[in-house]
Ligand binder design. Structure first.
Ligand SMILES: [Zn+2]
Length: 260
């Protein structure tokens, strides 16, 4: 089981080495901006790396929204990131499930997800697996609670779509971690990546505030149990820079019995 961290995008391999990480996740552009990712000078080195690479799409992306001025550029930016992620040999592109605005019909949000995959299919499909991540907040989210996730997967049906399970988002979003993996897999059939984070916010608080594994409101042994059940690679998106994340990785390796 490969364990790593979300790191700065400037030199991801150096960041991996500093944390003894076997995997890294990073952004390819400003996560709060709409700029397309630039080609990376270190693409050859990244492709050849032993470390597994994951790309996180910008937070501004919301392919579900009924707002054309957000949805249309979101589709383009997502496909642009998938192309750039493929160029560096990434294993997957993580994107949040998105939401519709208050008063808008969530069914149309799910249909916009279907159109996003259809849009990508028109140009040959996403060149890396797209992993939709569960989110913590909002009352109109496509992937906060499992009832919505089930509707999303119904709509995406035939498309190749992956899932990223974030433990902080699940807890803060109002889903119990106990047996969560079984309930998710009953819907998605797969978990491609676990974001192992503790949560500063309480259960069902809707707050997206990550904490180190031994801090926060989640029993860390529950996070370990989720990882064990998922059997997927793990990325910690926790605070504290190199020492904080290295400690979280070491904690997981010790509990999972997977010495590096
Ligand atoms: Zn996450």
């Amino acid at each position: 089981m490969r364990i790593g961290a979300h790191v700065d995008q400037a030199d991801p391999l150096a960041e991996a080495a500093a944390r003894a990480a076997e995997a890294v996740q990073f952004f390819l552009s400003d996560p709060q901006g709409w700029k397309a990712p630039k080609p990376r000078e270190d693409a050859d080195r990244l492709r050849a790396a032993e470390v597994d690479l994951y790309v996180h799409a910008p937070y501004v992306i919301n392919v579900a929204t009924l707002n054309n001025r957000i949805r249309i550029p979101s589709r383009k930016l997502l496909l642009g990131h998938a192309t750039a992620a493929a160029e560096i040999g990434a294993k997957g592109l993580i994107v949040h499930g998105g939401h519709v605005n208050a008063g808008d019909d969530l069914a149309r949000g799910f249909d916009n997800w279907r159109k996003t995959f259809a849009y990508a299919a028109d140009s040959g499909g996403f060149p890396v697996p797209v992993l939709i991540e569960n989110t913590a907040g909002g009352e109109n989210a496509c992937a906060r609670r499992l009832d919505a996730l089930a509707r999303l997967w119904d709509v995406l049906g035939d498309h190749e779509v992956g899932f990223c399970l974030d433990t902080c988002h699940a807890h803060a979003g109002g889903e119990e971690l106990l047996d969560l993996v079984d309930r998710v897999k009953a819907i998605t059939g797969r978990i491609d990546l676990v974001h192992a984070n503790n949560s500063k916010g309480g259960f069902d608080s809707g707050q997206d505030r990550h904490d180190n594994l031994d801090g926060g409101t989640i029993d860390p042994e529950l996070v370990v149990a989720v990882i064990r059940a998922a059997g997927a690679p793990v990325i910690v998106e926790t605070p504290g820079g190199v020492p904080g994340q290295a400690a979280d990785i070491a904690f997981l390796r010790e509990r999972l019995g997977t010495g590096a």
